[in-house]
Design a protein around this ligand. Structure first.
Ligand code: SAM
Ligand code: SF4
Ligand code: SF4
Length: 381
């Protein structure tokens, strides 16, 4: 395992963290390495274990972020999945149970906007009640746009949600409203983040997708805003989820450039990434903020990709950019044994060789102007 020695530190003690990082050789891990409980049988063609499940619980959203669900494509007549096409809670739970039986320990609920799903707390509660192969509580996390979090943070925490990641692309209200494209005010998302911190959904992560010419001037204001809080702030490179037709490399701000913007104002200390973690992590040298950079375009991390994705219609996607999926719904009938889902997942994972981001440059260089990708709001990012 590539992870360094355990270095257990109470979350949120930033000053102490910085002091410890300075005593360590650069880039030691701040957190204990993850034990590898993945079933030995469940490794893919590149040796990657199946560790995490991202479960999309709804494909609809109350935002129309321009980089994810542009209004031109996701208009009033867009054929979202009907209630009959969406899996019930009982069906989703059967799928989650199969993944847990294969060694998965973390389940992230996503969407669309997961907080739009009715009874989401009950789903959280029933997943959190599951046990991992070695008898621990399954970790339940959520990625949300934060619009409904102020009123839901406490009940989600009570239901057993462990952690939350909130997407926030700008502190500037005008830019934020333009990016969500439904005129939603940034203040309500900030209230949601505060409510999540108050409810103990720690560590709260804030994700910002940086798009050149749109919100790149927001990098430093976001850093300043969250300094001294218990939030981990992560900057994400803008990805070609719609294929090259709706995306261009010139609008991607590479992580190195974003980090440079921060470094002109603050010294940074590197922190080693844990196995399977997507972000390169840093700490402001004064210990006031933990930062992550997710470089899926400039420095792809497919070699560490241990995530499976399941959409709300029961399809298993082995990559965020997959063009095909495995239908798990057919294994959910009352007459089917519970092992049928697990067998289908195991088989698919063992055959997996996906590494789209590592091949992106070649594809673009080959002049391929358009290629299909699954929609982000269906598989949940
Ligand atoms: N609606 C929830 C939210 O926005 O947090 C969850 C679903 S959303 C698809 C999950 C994540 O995907 C968000 O953090 C969002 O910023 C990110 N995302 C969507 N489109 C993206 C793109 N083109 N490039 C990079 N990240 C993207
Ligand atoms: Fe909705 Fe999230 Fe996509 Fe924005 S990024 S449109 S909030 S699903
Ligand atoms: Fe994983 Fe596919 Fe993203 Fe590579 S491109 S990190 S395989 S989801």
């Amino acid at each position: 395992m590539a992870c360094a020695m355990p270095y257990p530190i109470a979350p949120g003690r930033f000053a102490m963290q910085a002091a410890l990082v300075q005593e360590m050789p650069a880039a030691r891990s701040l957190e204990a390495p993850e034990p590898d409980h993945a079933s030995p049988a469940c490794r893919d063609q590149l040796g990657r274990p199946l560790r995490d499940l991202r479960l999309s619980v709804i494909d609809q959203c109350n935002f129309r972020c321009t980089y994810c669900m542009p209004k031109e494509r996701f208009g009033r007549d867009y054929p979202f999945l009907s209630p009959e096409q969406r899996l019930s809670d009982a069906e989703l739970l059967r799928i989650v149970r199969a993944f847990v039986g294969l060694g998965v320990e973390k389940v992230r609920l996503t969407g669309g906007e997961p907080l739009l799903r009715k009874g989401i707390e009950s789903l959280v509660e029933r997943i959190a009640a599951m046990r991992t192969l070695d008898g621990r509580q399954v970790e339940v996390a959520m990625t949300t746009n934060g619009s409904l979090l102020a009123r839901k943070a406490r009940s989600l925490r009570d239901a057993g949600l462990g952690r939350v990641t909130v997407s926030l692309d700008s502190l500037d209200d005008q830019i934020f409203r333009a990016m969500n494209d439904v005129d939603f005010p940034v203040g309500r998302v900030l209230e949601g983040i505060d409510a999540a911190i108050a409810a103990g959904l720690a560590p709260v992560k804030v994700n910002c997708v940086v798009e050149r010419g749109t919100n790149d001037a927001q990098v430093l204001p976001l850093v300043e805003h969250f300094r001294g809080s218990d939030v981990t702030l992560r900057f994400i490179e803008y990805m070609d989820v719609e294929g090259p037709s709706g995306w261009s490399q010139s609008r991607v701000v590479p992580s190195d450039e974003i980090r440079g913007m921060v470094e002109r104002a603050h010294a940074l200390l590197p922190v080693t990434r844990r196995d399977g973690e997507t972000a390169s992590n840093y700490l402001l040298a004064d210990g006031s903020l933990k930062l992550g950079f997710i470089s899926s375009v400039s420095h792809p991390f497919c070699g560490d990709c241990t995530r499976a994705r399941v959409s709300v219609d029961g399809r298993l996607y082995l990559c965020l950019f997959a063009t095909s999926s495995v239908d798990l719904r057919q294994h959910l009938g009352a007459a089917r044994p519970d092992e049928a889902v697990a067998d289908a997942v195991r088989q698919a994972w063992q055959a997996r060789g996906d590494r789209y981001s590592e091949l992106r440059a070649d594809r673009l260089a080959s002049g391929k102007r358009q290629y299909p990708t699954v929609r982000m709001s269906l598989v949940g990012g």
